[in-house]
Design a protein around this ligand. Structure first.
Ligand code: GLN
Length: 489
């Protein structure tokens, strides 16, 4: 029997709206599930149980509000998204005691839509990583197998959605941090087009790549959350003035995949892709064909340069964004120092983790005079060429597909000594950020070897989340349904 916390967002929302269930009941069900699962999965960095219950009771007292599409629905948020009544640490000692004085744009939108925020989720420090093992507060665990990573950097958000602690979560994706954890935990994760969702109040990693987006258990839920958070925000200069489409209407209209051409880049089925992921992706594409889609072989010839270009651009932008953490403005401040320079060096040496320091040092290096042309400028040129390749490919198809990650979730501790091999595993998600496109992670069956969830990535044309979501919805509905992970039941 499906219990309250295991319903989809849409299901629970409809029950709440009809008054069949109270907000307090739903909130209590999620809080009980958090109590049950947290000792094993460590998805959350902070909670607000009492405040959430207070809010819930107040909402019940006022009664359902049909103008608020998320009325009474519990959410979690990645801890790099600013919230005025909760700490926002980006999983770093640097911001351990930091509580922002304002809500991020997306948080304001969620609250206005009636969402109940339960807590903030674990992540890699400042969103640098792919496994949550770079969190200063200990890794999260995968609800499918707690000896494995839930992915990263938004591993806490994916684990909390997969373990039914909440109905959806918001996270950020700079190079795959929504899609890869969604893939590892069997959830749906969407990185919207660059500019579709405001990053105002999101702690910046690499400003030309960062996007905020939803993680949920179904495509419909993802579409509903996107429709709440998408739209223009004058406080984010990169936010697009283009009006958002009606994603829920697009989903209702999509019955099959007739007329949809899905490009399959040969380069995405390259060396390093595990057999179990490839098999599951090919099966899903066969099914897409049966549903009327046409699979078109295409080429993205610069895929092998994406990782190098991404990490140069990311480190350059991160070194500059993280300069603000100087011991004066926010969070941690070293004590017993003599002079300003010592304040900077002691604070930053003490409060940043290894991976963050590595990226700041490399970023500063690639931006220094004499190396700027050789590294940063070259990477920016490669990025433009990758964008152009996508533009060409999208003349032949509406969507592009591929794996999300070459592997399923690996064991915790497996890669912590070797950052380079971790970077190389981002090969399928990075090009999407470099080109600013929308990308969605669609959960497929468990892999034959690892018995962990596999996933297909669908990539859309800029600002065409409607087609992306509607095709993903049709395909997911036709696929065998993934059960709930062992830690969720
Ligand atoms: N794994 C990538 C990195 O470490 C992606 C991070 C992200 O999207 N925030 O940079």
């Amino acid at each position: 029997m499906t219990t309250l916390h295991q319903l989809s967002l849409l299901e629970v929302r409809d029950r709440l709206a009809k008054g069949e269930v109270r907000v307090e009941e739903v909130t209590r069900a999620c809080l009980a599930q958090i109590e049950r699962t947290e000792p094993r999965i460590n998805a959350l960095l902070s909670r607000r149980d009492d405040a959430a219950l207070e809010e819930a009771k107040k909402m019940d007292h006022q009664g359902p509000d049909p103008s608020r599409p998320l009325w009474g629905v519990p959410f979690t948020l990645k801890d790099s998204i600013c919230t005025k009544d909760m700490p926002t640490t980006a999983a770093s000692r640097m911001l351990e005691n930091f509580t922002p004085c304002y809500d991020a744009f997306v948080v304001k939108r969620l609250r206005e839509a009636g969402a109940v925020i339960l807590g903030k989720t674990n992540m890699d420090e400042f969103a640098m990583g792919s496994s949550t093992e770079f969190s200063a507060f200990g890794p999260s665990k995968n609800p499918w197998d707690i000896t494995r990573t839930p992915g990263g950097s938004s591993g806490g958000s994916a684990a909390s959605v997969a373990a039914c602690q909440c109905f959806a979560s918001l996270a950020s994706d700079t190079g795959g941090s929504i899609r890869q954890p969604a893939a590892f935990c069997g959830c749906v994760g969407l990185k919207p087009t660059y500019g579709r969702v405001s990053r105002y109040g999101g702690i910046a990693l690499a400003s030309s790549l960062d996007q905020i987006g939803p993680l949920s258990r179904t495509v419909e839920d993802c579409a509903l959350v996107l429709s709440v958070i998408a739209g223009h925000d004058p406080r984010d200069a990169t936010s697009s003035p283009l009006p958002a489409d009606d994603y829920m209407a697009a989903l209702k209209a999509g019955k099959d995949l007739k007329g949809i051409r899905i490009g399959l880049p040969g380069e995405f089925l390259a060396q390093g892709l595990s057999g179990e992921v490839e098999d599951a992706c090919r099966e899903a594409l066969d099914l897409a064909q049966q549903l009327g889609a046409e699979i078109v072989p295409v080429s993205l010839p610069l895929t092998h340069l994406a990782t190098a270009a991404y990490y140069i651009i990311l480190m350059a932008e991160a070194s500059s964004n993280l300069a603000r953490f100087d011991g004066v403005h926010f969070g941690c401040r070293a004590e017993g120092v003599q002079g300003l320079e010592e304040l900077y060096t002691h604070t930053r040496s003490k409060a940043f983790g290894e991976e963050v320091k590595r990226r700041i040092i490399l970023g500063t290096y690639v931006l220094s005079s004499g190396y700027y042309d050789a590294y940063y400028k070259k990477a920016a040129q490669v990025r433009r060429l990758i964008q152009r390749d996508f533009e060409e490919v999208f003349k032949q198809c509406e969507l592009v597909c591929g794996p999300v990650s070459p592997l399923t979730a690996w064991h915790l501790g497996e890669e912590d000594q070797d950052p380079l091999s971790l970077y190389l595993r981002d090969v399928y998600t990075l090009p999407v950020n470099l080109a600013g496109l929308p990308g969605l992670s669609l959960p497929l069956r468990l892999g034959a070897q690892s018995c962990m969830p596999t996933a297909l990535q669908l990539i859309g044309r800029p600002f065409d989340e409607a087609t992306l979501l509607s095709a993903a919805h049709v395909l997911l509905a036709a696929l065998p349904r993934l059960s709930l992970p062992p830690a969720a039941v």
